[in-house]
Design a protein around this ligand. Structure first.
Ligand SMILES: [Fe+2]
Length: 202
């Protein structure tokens, strides 16, 4: 079973004004489609064929650059679409809110740390919120399409929130103003989905 581009659960203009429709159209339809196609090409006929993307990334040979880049790109973008919502923003609640307070001191302290990871990632990459077994949370950045599921990458654990800071994610609307894009992202975070991933991953 080949990997397939997941459908968005909202319209391409639904995240405006924070993320514009044209960016969504190209980002999902071209970039994510491209990673998906190239991942399928890279695993076709190898012993990775038929495995889940999580299994592939967890056991990745980091020298396998085709699977590293495109498997990361496939997984990372799939997560990214799901942790955003037109009804997003605000603050998390319940267990996740408690875990953020325990791990970072406060929601604002978490937001500062996550934003710093996103703004400070040199060149292309991602900022992550990850959960470790037992529920402790961590923030980190990774270059390119690397992902904390991969061996010895970032903060480890399971990513439950990710922010794409490649220029293709924001340049049309924000040009070089990555900090404005990072700030806007907080208006569309789907905390219900992040909470679900927290409960599953802790
Ligand atoms: Fe991207």
């Amino acid at each position: 079973m080949a990997f397939e581009l997941p459908q968005l659960k909202y319209a391409k203009d639904a995240l405006e004004p924070h993320i514009d429709a044209k960016t969504m159209e190209i980002h999902h339809g071209k970039h994510h489609q491209g990673y998906t196609n190239k991942l399928n090409d890279a695993v076709d006929g190898t012993d990775l064929e038929g495995k889940t993307i999580e299994n592939i990334l967890n056991n990745l040979d980091m020298n396998n650059t085709a699977v590293r880049n495109n498997g990361g790109g496939f997984y990372n973008h799939r997560l990214f679409w799901e942790v955003m919502s037109p009804n997003g923003g605000g603050n998390p609640s319940g267990d996740l809110a408690d875990a953020i307070k325990t791990s970072f001191g406060s929601f604002d302290a978490f937001k500062d740390k996550f934003s710093a990871a996103a703004k400070g990632q040199f060149g292309s990459g991602w900022a992550w919120l990850c959960v470790h077994e037992g529920g402790k949370l961590d923030v980190c950045g990774t270059p390119n399409q690397d992902n904390p599921l991969m061996p010895e990458v970032g903060c480890g654990g399971t990513p439950i929130l990710g922010l794409d800071v490649w220029e293709h994610a924001y340049y049309l609307n924000y040009q070089n103003r990555r900090p404005d894009y990072v700030e806007a992202f907080f208006n569309v975070i789907n905390w219900e989905e992040v909470s679900r991933r927290y409960a599953e991953g802790k």
